[in-house]
Design a protein around this ligand. Structure first.
Ligand code: HEM
Ligand code: HEM
Length: 160
């Protein structure tokens, strides 16, 4: 039975984490560009708008790769110490994180390349949901580490 994530799964988890963090940190250029587009102003965008667009599309490609590995290789079993209710929560949160990592770039691309307003609004809602779920995910990891003491973090360590 599997007892670890593969090196590729771990690398993808952390590379995508860094890329998603960057999407939130360099938000101002894309938001300014979108405001200009909505106001029908000339499209002399800041060059770093491309970082949001291509960074986001890279996330999409990497997440699809990650989902493929997840479906073919699987994941280590949930620690036995974890209460049943928490197992269910963790499962739903992981599934939702995967779904959001696919839907965010798609809604962003529909807004950016297709000029679809509803997609931009969806993008706005989804990124707030992603932030909330990531916060829950991190709390879950900390709860495992320090309360249940399952050493869950070791599963996501490259050296582990
Ligand atoms: C996981 C991937 C992505 C994340 C986490 C993300 C996150 C964000 C965030 C935080 C903003 C807020 C900017 C602000 O108002 O301060 C934003 C806006 C925007 N993003 Fe993304 N983005 C992603 C992928 C993409 C992609 C791939 C595209 C285009 C191809 C895109 C297009 C846009 C557009 C057009 C806006 C401005 C419209 C709006 O506020 O909804 N995004 N995104
Ligand atoms: C953008 C932020 C993040 C996203 C989208 C994300 C997403 C995910 C997903 C989808 C899984 C499930 C893997 C699977 O079973 O297929 C996972 C596992 C995991 N993540 Fe994250 N993660 C993020 C940030 C973090 C951070 C900051 C930490 C550390 C505090 C962390 C720690 C872990 C651990 C320990 C696991 C393994 C859980 C287990 O085996 O049950 N993640 N992550």
């Amino acid at each position: 039975m599997l007892n670890t994530y593969s090196r590729a799964q771990i690398l993808l988890h952390w590379v995508i984490f860094v890329l998603i963090t960057a999407q939130y940190l360099q938000h101002e250029w894309i938001s300014e560009a979108w405001d200009k587009f909505e106001d029908g102003l000339p499209s002399d965008f800041h060059p770093l708008v491309a970082a949001h667009v291509f960074g986001g599309l890279l996330i999409l490609v990497l997440v699809l790769w990650r989902i493929k590995i997840r479906l073919t290789r699987g994941a280590p079993p949930v620690p036995t110490e974890e209460p049943a209710a928490l197992k269910l929560v963790a499962h739903v949160v992981h599934l939702s994180l995967y779904a959001l990592m696919v839907l965010l770039p798609i809604s962003g691309a529909l807004a950016w390349f297709g000029g679809v307003e509803a997609a931009a609004e969806t993008h706005e809602v989804l990124r707030a949901v992603l932030l909330a779920l990531v916060a829950l995910h991190v709390l879950g990891a900390l709860y495992h580490q320090f309360v249940l003491k399952t050493d869950l973090m070791a599963r996501m360590k490259l050296s582990g």
